[in-house]
Design a protein around this ligand. Structure first.
Ligand code: B12
Ligand code: SF4
Ligand code: SF4
Length: 375
């Protein structure tokens, strides 16, 4: 079905997708890379990844009966200044935005064919190696930072797929590898998380540490997070392909920064997060990808950022968090106070030690008092 494949892609562009390609479904070439990655422990606490390994090996498994997929990419900008929140997470949740549009394409396809077509839309919502699926549909190559790169769009884009039980004329896979001798992303990564070209140790990646990790951030990595509150764009910002081809967000884009984030700097946003109640958080971050880290995760990140900025003026805000209901927030606030070394915080830290029952928090409070020479 060649003609319909071309019209389906044209329809995708019309709906605001920036790239569209078609692939057949079947065994994935990089399934072995995925297995080895998991075996090395690089997936950390993201237990949903190894759980879905079987299905990731073959794209016919996630949706029984499907034979083809339309794979789309949607730009989330890249020309805007860097900031405390990664660009992908500043606006509306991409899962919702893209699944709605892919579902609309599904309905369009059914009306064109004049019959119901079984199928399903996926945007990071199924056990699918999306970057490999997109490479197979001709959308780009695996950059050394592991992101899929396209020669006309760079890498600041999301991926999604519409799986259908319909034979569609596939596009040629993207076979070229255009990083050449460049290693900028590997050198720029603050935590050395790109352990080899195209190999990411997620447990060291700031994106994982600030979004996916539910517990404490390993102490040796906290300082390296700098002023990043949520996600990380560094290995994409330094990429020459993005320097040349990243786009500005179009007017009215659902990925434009929301009110809550505005042009706030890291310190301002961190202070606001530390003071936020659960109700305020639910209201301000409704429909935002940032909800994934939950308020407790964001308070943890905010404390790390204020500790890294290191201004004694932030001590009162961090002291207030010492009595937060969440041990995670309390322990990271104590760590941050240890970095600030403000003498005025000795008394509140000691007072916390008198009542604190959580062993991890006690250890961080004690370490902070040590840093202040106050034990
Ligand atoms: C888990 C996950 C993460 C983890 C791990 C990332 C990682 N690199 O593995 C963490 C939390 C760290 C993360 C971070 C980010 N993520 Co993420 N993430 C995913 C998720 C859910 C699964 C990825 C996965 O399977 N990883 C396992 C490894 C082994 O696979 P991989 O990195 O994709 O690598 C493939 C290729 O590079 C290739 N490959 C790797 N090594 C080698 C070696 C050889 C020799 C060969 C031939 C091939 C090869 O094969 C691999 C398997 O197909 C996907 C959605 C999905 N379902 O695919 C989104 C996804 C990859 N993430 C996305 C985004 C936007 C991000 C961030 C940019 C967000 C941010 N700003 O903070 C960062 C980028 C960090 C980075 N450098 O990758 C987009 C990427 C779009 C793109 N242009 O590539 C995706 C596709 C979500 C989406 N639907 O748009 N993510
Ligand atoms: S997202 Fe940041 S921490 Fe993760 S690999 Fe890229 S530069 Fe390193
Ligand atoms: S920075 Fe260089 S090596 Fe890294 S993805 Fe971009 S082109 Fe490839």
């Amino acid at each position: 079905m060649k003609a319909i494949a071309e019209r389906l892609k044209a329809q995708a562009y019309g709906l605001g997708f920036d790239l569209a390609g078609i692939t057949t479904l079947g065994p994935m070439e990089t399934a072995g890379v995925f297995d080895e990655w998991v075996a090395r422990g690089y997936s950390g606490e993201m237990s949903y990844l190894p759980r879905g390994a079987e299905k990731r090996h073959d794209t016919r498994r996630p949706y029984e009966g499907a034979t083809s997929a339309l794979v789309v990419a949607m730009s989330y900008g890249g020309r805007e200044p860097s900031g405390p929140v990664a660009r992908y997470a500043r606006g509306d949740d991409y899962h919702d935005v893209m699944v709605d549009r892919l579902n609309a394409l599904h309905r369009w396809l059914e009306s064109e064919v004049g019959a119901p077509i079984r199928g399903k839309s996926y945007v990071d919502t199924g056990p699918i190696l999306e970057r490999d699926l997109a490479r197979r549909a001709g959308l780009g190559w695996f950059g050394k930072n592991t992101n899929l790169l396209n020669p006309t769009l760079g890498s600041f884009f999301f991926l999604g797929g519409l799986f259908v039980e319909l034979e569609l004329q596939p596009d040629a896979p993207f076979e070229a590898e255009r990083c050449g001798s460049c290693t900028r992303c590997i050198e720029a990564c603050p935590t050395n998380a790109i352990v080899a070209p195209r190999r990411l140790d997620a447990t060291k990646c700031i994106s994982y540490l600030t979004i996916e990790l539910k517990g404490a951030i390993p102490e040796e990595l906290r300082a390296k997070i700098g002023e990043l509150l949520y996600g990380c764009d560094i290995c994409q910002e330094v990429c020459p392909w993005n320097g040349k081809f990243a786009r500005a967000l179009p007017e009215g884009s659902p990925f434009a920064p929301r009110e809550t984030l505005g042009r706030k700097d890291a310190r301002q946003l961190a202070r606001e997060l530390l003071e936020m109640s659960q109700e305020e958080f639910s209201g301000a971050f409704k429909g935002s990808p940032m909800k994934r880290a939950k308020l407790r995760g964001l308070k943890r990140n905010a404390a790390v950022v204020l500790g890294n900025i290191g201004l004694p003026d932030d001590a009162p805000a961090l002291v207030a968090v010492l009595s937060d209901a969440e041990p995670l927030a309390r322990s990271h606030a104590a760590w941050a106070l240890g970095r600030l070394r403000a003498p005025s915080t000795v008394a509140p830290l000691r007072a916390r030690l008198d009542v604190e029952e959580d062993a991890a928090v006690r250890a961080d409070v004690e370490a902070a008092l040590d840093a202040l020479d106050a034990r």
